[in-house]
Write a protein that binds this ligand. Sequence first.
Ligand SMILES: NC(=O)c1ccc[n+]([C@@H]2O[C@H](COP(=O)([O-])OP(=O)(O)OC[C@H]3O[C@@H](n4cnc5c(N)ncnc54)[C@H](OP(=O)(O)O)[C@@H]3O)[C@@H](O)[C@H]2O)c1
Length: 274
Amino acid sequence: MSESLASALDRISAVVITGGSSGIGESLIKAISKIGENLFYCNLSRTKPLGLPADLRWAHIPCDLEEAEQVAAGARSVLAEIAENGGSGQVLLINNSGFGSYGPFPDPDLGHQLAMMEVNMKAVVHLTGLLLPVLKERGGVIMNIASTASFQPTPYLTTYGATKAFLLNWSLALNEDLKGTGVRTLAVCPGPTTSNFFKRAGFAEPPADQHLKQSSEEVAEISLRALAGGRTVVVCGWKNLLMSTAASLLPKRFSAPVAAFFLRRARLDKFLEQ
Ligand SMILES: NC(=O)c1ccc[n+]([C@@H]2O[C@H](COP(=O)([O-])OP(=O)(O)OC[C@H]3O[C@@H](n4cnc5c(N)ncnc54)[C@H](OP(=O)(O)O)[C@@H]3O)[C@@H](O)[C@H]2O)c1
């Protein structure tokens, strides 16, 4: 990791993360803790992270982000925790929790699609809004874990891709709103990444060739380098960048059938045969 990452993390004394209990979130905590010294972490998720380093200073705040009251209560607990334990440096807020579902809309059911919108979009806006005063007071960064799905319509991941398009656009626009406040945003766009995500989304296997997949540790490292570099958006890996750029250049009415072709070929053939 670069010198500049160490100095970027030097300014931060509190990290607030959603979904640190597995996958990319857990890898981010571990990667930050290897470089940042004496940071305090607040994790919001339904389950308590189990594999974090023993010497970490952290609090787990049980929170189901599908429920607005739990988001509000979680934010109150975060504010109390960082006031007591989070030093006086900048705050890094990582909006990482999220999930998808695979299949023709509304599979598996409409409730699942609506819950996805709550976690992937509404809870991000809600939590960020409630923590913004302390972010502005102390300075900091809001890292939003979007996706390569943000760049085009994603048939068979219809609602998921739309939530991630929302998150990318929201993150970039928010960065402009925050100019001059000492707070900035970073949208991270991973492609297929090894984690619990695909199993939870209903895939038998990740919808990508081995050569496209990244580990959650790689995604965490790329995210932190982008944070240190002052980036507002990063696509993880050059192959994902190439595909996202190509998808962005296509008119939307063409990119939807192209994406449908690849996503169907990748996995839906199996799904339809069942
Ligand atoms: N894996 C990929 O290929 C990929 C690609 C692009 C973007 N992403 C994005 O990366 C982020 C992390 O996903 P991942 O790949 O690390 O998958 P993961 O291992 O399934 O982790 C998802 C995290 O989200 C949390 N979460 C889910 N529902 C929640 C809820 N209702 N309330 C609170 N937390 C909730 C989970 O915590 P609990 O279950 O403990 O609540 C878990 O820690 C997501 O936003 C995902 O969309 C993933």
